[in-house]
Design a protein around this ligand. Structure first.
Ligand code: 5AD
Ligand code: SF4
Length: 444
């Protein structure tokens, strides 16, 4: 008889909806499962464990998550031992209700309980049905493993939760109160990532620029950036998301002084009308927003600016919407994420009438996006003939001899090259500005 060790492979498939915080949570869950002997699979049909990491910030991704869980439930017909769990913000918000709604679901895991995943799988495997772990413990869950795979670009959570309570937003309910990680822990994590090959970090938090506001004696966000900037071997620093009301002069100045801080700022404005901003409880006016943009461009003239914006908030009339269009025209964003408002149960605005008809929301969204498409293309074309520093990420999807990378201002660049360039910072001459990317050639 062969004494060959039989390795029983356990495969996990993770489907992620929502923002970069959620993507990073999925990385954490995968790292925890890898420690328990699981391997990731990209094919849900062959998985032993399926995890759907959900988002509830808008109605659409929530509905998509339900329908995909429905589809995955077929897996149980062929593999009775398969385990299916829902994680993320829908898990946090709906909790036990999900188990009642979807009888084949094995567990529900909120974003504040990720560290419990191995324990939960053990319980499910030993026969426990319908395990539900939601809620938050004191402090941030910090000591989660970092992903094993070598990553050129790595997410690093610096804070979690949100204290702002914008009237439309479910995040404070599902991600809890603001809580910042100690800076020494953040710095040690980045150091470890750089040792493993990371060249770019993306600092994550619902509101990174109020980092450590409740931790007296801790570094401010700009001072944390300055410390990160000194880490040898780290080439690029990015962060998201910021709130205009907490954007300080100290942070704006950092763009003129820190060597590795990428010249890109994601600054959601949500609406262009002060009346709407007030009902949204945003804590800033249109004028204040515009002043911050001017200050950023003064400190870093090349900075690219992106945002989040919504249309169809309760009571948004034609004049309010025109003001949103005017703000977009005035700022000339490099790009933005735009959404149709959808009421989220438990938020303040959900008590108000969702009075902008769906067709009008759709028309406003399309009008706004069309305006931005023109601006984006114009800005991309303006870059033709310039030389940009690009961090090479891999082969382009369309051609094996074309490489893909990103500029400091977060634009995708494709250029002829070989895979030995992956991980390198190269200079690329931009030959063509397209709608969603740039094309160029190595500049020698
Ligand atoms: N409806 C539509 N969009 C929303 N967002 C947040 N809440 C809602 C909602 N109820 C958008 C905001 C936010 C982004 C993450 O999602 O623009 O910045
Ligand atoms: Fe979605 Fe917001 Fe949760 Fe991110 S934090 S997953 S955007 S609800």
């Amino acid at each position: 008889m062969s004494d060959k060790l039989i390795v029983i492979e356990k495969r996990v498939y993770i489907k992620t909806f929502g923002c970069q915080m959620n993507e990073h949570d999925s990385e954490w869950m995968l790292a925890l499962l890898e420690e328990c002997g699981y391997q990731e699979t990209k094919r849900w049909e062959e998985a032993d464990v399926i995890l759907v990491n959900t988002c509830t910030v808008r109605e659409k991704p929530e509905q998509k998550a339900y329908s995909i869980v429905g589809r995955f439930q077929q897996l149980k017909e062929n593999n009775h031992d398969a385990i299916i769990g829902i994680a993320g913000c829908v898990a946090q918000q709906r909790g036990e209700g999900l188990l009642a709604r979807m009888p084949t679901l094995d567990f529900v895991l909120g974003p504040g309980k990720i560290h419990k995943l191995p324990e939960i799988l053990r319980d499910v495997k030993s026969g426990e049905r319908g395990v539900c772990a939601v809620g938050f413990e004191n402090g941030c869950p910090t000591n989660l493993p970092i992903p094993r795979t070598r990553q050129l670009r790595s997410y690093v959570t610096i804070m979690q939760g949100c204290d702002n309570f914008c009237s439309y937003c479910i995040v404070p309910a599902v991600r809890g109160r603001e809580c910042s990680r100690p800076s020494d822990e953040v710095l040690a994590e980045i150091d470890a990532l750089v040792q493993r090959g990371t060249k770019e970090v993306i600092l994550l938090g619902q509101n990174v620029n109020s980092y450590a506001k409740n931790n007296p004696g801790e570094l401010t966000f700009p001072r944390l950036l300055a410390k990160i900037d000194e880490i040898p071997g780290l080439e690029r620093i990015r962060f998201t998301t910021s709130h205009p009301k907490d954007l300080t002069e100290e942070l704006i100045e950092a763009f003129g002084t820190l060597e590795h801080l990428c010249e890109h700022f994601h600054l959601p404005f949500q609406a262009g009308s002060n009346a709407v901003l007030e009902r949204m409880h945003r804590g800033h006016t249109r004028e204040e927003y515009l002043a911050k943009i001017r200050a950023l461009r003064k400190a870093a003239p090349q900075i690219s600016i992106t945002a989040d914006v919504m249309v169809g908030f309760p009571g948004e009339d034609d004049d309010d919407f025109t003001q949103t269009l005017e703000l977009v025209q005035a700022v000339e964003f490099d790009g933005f994420f735009s959404f149709k408002y959808s009421p989220r149960q438990g938020t303040r605005s959900a008590q108000w009438q969702d009075d902008v008809p769906p067709e009008l929301k759709q028309w406003r969204l399309a009008t706004l996006q069309e305006l931005q498409r023109e601006i984006t293309l114009k800005k991309n074309k303006k870059l033709e003939g310039t030389v940009k520093e690009v961090l090479v990420e891999g082969r382009s999807r369309n051609s094996p001899h074309t490489m893909m990378g990103r500029t400091g201002c977060n634009r995708i660049v494709n250029f002829p090259g070989e895979s030995g360039l992956v991980g390198e910072l190269v200079l690329v001459k931009i030959n063509e500005g397209l709608q969603n990317s740039l094309r160029g050639e190595l500049s020698r």
